[in-house]
Design a protein around this ligand. Structure first.
Ligand SMILES: Nc1nc2c(c(=O)[nH]1)N[C@H]1C(S)=C(S)[C@@H](COP(=O)(O)OP(=O)(O)OC[C@H]3O[C@@H](n4cnc5c(=O)[nH]c(N)nc54)[C@H](O)[C@@H]3O)O[C@H]1N2
Ligand SMILES: Nc1nc2c(c(=O)[nH]1)N[C@H]1C(S)=C(S)[C@@H](COP(=O)(O)OP(=O)(O)OC[C@H]3O[C@@H](n4cnc5c(=O)[nH]c(N)nc54)[C@H](O)[C@@H]3O)O[C@H]1N2
Ligand SMILES: [Mo]
Length: 785
């Protein structure tokens, strides 16, 4: 039988799958995509893999003992019982009802953070939230793992609307090509990161756009511990620094600007508050609390802390002052202890240059982090599935999940509030993998032992599914009709079902419909519609909104038949803070001063030692070992800094068993990159199984030796499926979150700090344990290859 081609869309792009006998046998890029992402190569094997959840399953111990805390949840030897759909739906509906009746809806944690799959209708998290809202609500999560520090800090220092625009309506790469002379990017500009866009993208344009900017003469400076953080096709100068020291570098650049008369004092006076205090701190007149006798944050000081030669810092500062300069702070840089500081210092640096609000200049955060950033257009609305309203107002900052489960009632600080954790009895997760994304996975296992019941909807038997009492098999995006488009996208694409559901997997919408039926709220959940009806309704509502602006798109049937339509979009030529620059009185920012707050009275009034009133240098654990004045205490027996960045071979943990992802592994384990000098010192060689020891645990990995890393730095990307089955090691497969510490950025934002971990790397003695991450748990009959 001849293969047929079916269009689909994922967070890693739009492409086509080849289907033969109801099986995905290959992938083909979209012929119109200028730079298709190789990540799509994971799909065929992942779609039919033996780790697919084929039937509903219940943990044997939960089935036998009923709900309750259980420290054996997630135990590698745990077993499951596969049950009928009607059985699992009865059990789950009964348990939801028991928890909300006995403990109230606050006791249900439905934050369910994660990237599920693309598709406007079958978005796992939105579906779950809609369902939980109809049964009385849930404790939710706030902010993201991606840029949690930015989301809390920027509303305080530039005001909420401007902070939102910083992430949503950003200058296009074309505009950069036109106006920018120098782009200094802290955290580099990884093309492999731009393959990903939440919701998918019609075409991969960021890589080609960066190259075009470089070809037409924009100068790039990549400030990063890794040389290859900026793509080879982009000509760039590499400023190699110790991880976690960007703030020191930025303060020194400001020191040069202030001491050489290059700082734009007219700009600082008119558009900012607090520049004097910051200047007094940078020049050493004041310390971080405003007291006398600080440290001069000179290039020589910064060289000791960051390893960047003082002469290079001087030259860079002068060049930045001379040219039309854009300062980009990649999201990774704030995913570390004191992650607020490099953001705030980066903005302050841009203000000292006086170019904020000019086309192609100022401050940005996100180029090179996500594909839609700089994509050049914002669609005028998107079809959406309504989620309803959550009557419960309980929330946590998203990366506090373990703390919440382990310490109900305990107080904690967040953005000026003293809050306390709710008492969670039921955890409900759909479309995320906390045993991929959270820090200190052994601690997360203890946390998941606390609630009465854990429910997970999954397509695959991930480590998170293996911590659940009730596992609900979900269809993949290839098994259902949907449509895709994202912010910064230009076309809406149909995603018609390509293959039948795997085993007994069902669309989550249908699962919730049956649960809602049992809980007496079917009508409220469905409003009388099937998911297919909702697709039409969501589309037609969007079409009606466009019609009110005299914009026309075809009716739903016309769209579905064509498979792809251009979306009316606003072309993004707006300069961030451009209006504010033109008239700072009429367009005052929504901050207490109406200006950019280089010193924030509000933040200072919180009294946080870990985030005072203006940007300061605070040495996080990664910065230890520099012989600067602010040396951090630890470091001795863990001399290396591990960078846990995004994997280039997949999206997070998704499709880790796929062909492209496994082609990067070394002996079936996650690849750890190390500088040849460090490898020699550690007594390890390329291809070896190495043991990595971090503050919270250990993992094994396969060694790759490369001089693209700064000495003292190793790289182990996230996303290898967590495998706690090895005897003497936390993860046998190479998940860096087995090593990382579970601490927030600061009391202000409490963001994720997983990017940097202090480690020791050593040879693994004896026969290494087998990797068992891709074997379904006991009691589950695998269906698939
Ligand atoms: N150490 C360290 N940790 C990090 C980071 C870091 O830099 N360093 N980065 C962090 C960041 S920025 C992020 S965003 C997080 C990402 O963390 P996650 O978003 O949690 O990671 P994913 O692997 O994308 O998880 C998505 C899950 O959804 C499942 N899924 C796919 N489709 C469906 C569906 O239709 N229905 C259901 N129910 N499930 C589906 C997939 O199988 C997968 O298990 O990780 C964070 N963790
Ligand atoms: N292929 C692929 N693309 C992705 C994802 C994926 O999983 N796979 N995930 C997506 C998601 S959800 C997000 S939020 C974005 C994240 O986007 P980013 O946060 O920008 O991505 P990372 O790859 O984590 O980090 C980028 C680089 O920052 C550098 N870096 C780390 N620490 C420091 C430091 O202290 N100082 C400096 N100057 N540089 C440092 C590292 O060398 C790293 O390679 O990526 C998205 N894109
Ligand atoms: Mo993210």
């Amino acid at each position: 039988m001849a293969a047929t081609l079916h269009p689909t869309s994922a967070h890693w792009g739009s492409y086509r799958v080849e289907v033969e006998n109801d099986r995905v046998v290959g992938v083909r890029p979209d012929p119109e995509d200028p730079a298709p992402a190789p990540v799509m190569g994971n799909t065929p094997r992942a779609q039919h893999h033996r780790t697919r959840v084929a039937r509903p399953a219940v943990r044997r111990r939960w089935l036998e003992h009923g709900p309750g805390p259980d420290q054996l949840r997630g135990d590698p030897g745990d077993s499951y019982v596969e049950v009928e759909w009607s059985t699992v739906l009865d059990l789950l509906a009964g348990e939801l009802d028991r928890v909300r009746t006995e403990h109230g809806n606050t006791a249900i944690y439905g934050g369910s953070y994660g990237w599920g799959s693309a598709g406007r209708i079958h978005h796992a998290q939105s579906q779950l939230h809609r369902f939980l809202n109809t049964i009385g609500g849930y404790t939710r999560s706030r902010t993201t793992y991606s840029h949690g520090a930015l989301e809390v800090l920027f509303p305080r220092i530039i005001g909420t609307p401007a902070a939102n625009r910083l992430l949503s309506r950003v200058p296009s790469w074309e505009r950069i090509r036109e106006h920018t002379e120098l782009l200094v990017s802290f955290g580099g500009l990884r093309v492999s990161n731009t393959w990903t866009t939440s919701g998918g993208r019609a075409a991969q344009t960021a890589g080609p756009a960066m190259r075009a900017a470089s070809d037409s003469g924009v100068e790039f400076v990549s400030v990063s511990p890794l040389r290859d953080d900026t793509a080879a096709e982009v000509e760039s100068a590499w400023v190699s620094l110790r991880p976690g020291t960007d703030t020191a570098v930025m303060l020194a650049l400001m020191h040069v600007l202030f001491s050489e008369g290059l700082a734009d004092t007219a700009f600082l006076d008119r558009y900012t508050v607090g520049a004097d205090r910051l200047r007094a701190y940078v020049t050493g007149v004041r310390d971080e609390r405003g007291g006398p006798g600080g440290v001069e944050r000179s290039p020589e000081w910064a060289e000791r802390v960051s390893g960047v030669p003082a002469a290079d810092l001087r030259a860079l500062a002068r060049r930045m002052a001379e040219k039309r300069t854009l300062v980009n702070v990649g999201w990774s840089v704030q995913r570390a202890r004191y992650g607020e500081q490099p953001l705030w210092a980066g903005l302050a640096l841009a203000c000292c240059l006086g170019q904020v609000g000019l086309p192609g200049a100022g401050f940005a955060s996100g180029y090179g982090s996500m594909g839609n950033y700089g994509g050049g257009a914002t669609p005028l609305g998107l079809p959406r599935m309504p989620q309803g309203n959550n009557p419960v107002d309980s929330f946590i900052p998203v990366a506090k999940v373990s703390d919440m489960l382990l310490h109900p009632g305990q107080p904690y600080d967040y953005d000026g509030e003293r809050r306390s954790y709710p008492d969670i009895r039921l955890v409900y997760w759909a479309g995320g993998n906390p045993f991929h994304h959270h820090q200190d996975l052994a601690r997360l296992t203890r946390a998941f032992g606390r609630p009465d019941t854990v429910v997970v909807h999954e397509t695959h038997w991930t480590a998170t599914a293996r911590h659940a009492d009730i596992v609900i098999p979900a269809t993949t995006a290839l098994e259902r009709d949907d449509m895709a488009a994202s912010h910064g996208d230009l076309a809406l694409r149909a995603m018609p079902r390509a293959v039948s559901p795997h085993g007994l997997a069902r669309d989550e919408y249908d699962t919730y419909t049956d649960l809602a039926e049992r809980l007496g709220v079917r009508e409220e959940f469905t409003e009388g519609r099937s998911s297919r009806d909702w697709m039409r309704v969501a589309y037609e509502r969007w079409r009606a909104l466009l019609a009110r602006r005299d914009l026309e798109v075809p009716g739903f049937d016309g769209f579905w038949e064509r498979g792809r339509i251009e979306m009316p979009a606003r072309v993004e030529d707006e300069t961030h803070l451009g209006e504010f620059r033109r008239d700072p009185e009429a367009n005052a920012l929504r901050t207490p001063s109406g200006r950019i707050e280089l010193y924030s009275e509000t933040i200072a009034s919180f009294g946080y030692e870990d985030c005072p009133g203006h940007p300061v240098w605070l040495a996080g654990p990664a910065a230890a070992g520099g012989d600067g004045a602010d040396r951090a205490p630890d470091g001795g027996d863990r001399p290396l800094v591990l960078i846990a960045n995004q994997p280039s071979g997949r999206l997070h943990s998704q499709q880790d068993m796929g062909g492209y992802s496994t082609s990067q592994k070394v002996g079936g384990r996650a690849p750890l990159r190390m500088h040849p000098r460090d490898a020699e010192a550690a007594g390890v060689a390329a291809g070896d199984v190495v043991r990595v020891q971090g503050p919270s645990g250990s993992c094994l990995a396969g060694l790759v030796v490369s001089d693209a890393l700064r000495p003292g730095v190793v790289q182990l990307s996230t996303g290898a499926w967590y495998d706690p089955s090895g005897a003497d090691v936390t993860c046998a497969h190479g998940n860096p979150n087995a090593l990382a510490e579970d601490v927030g950025t600061s009391s202000l934002a409490q963001g994720c700090t997983g990017q940097l971990v202090r480690v020791r790397v050593e040879p693994h003695e004896g026969a290494p344990p087998r990797v068992r991450a891709f074997e379904p748990p006991e009691g589950v009959r695998p269906l698939g290859d």
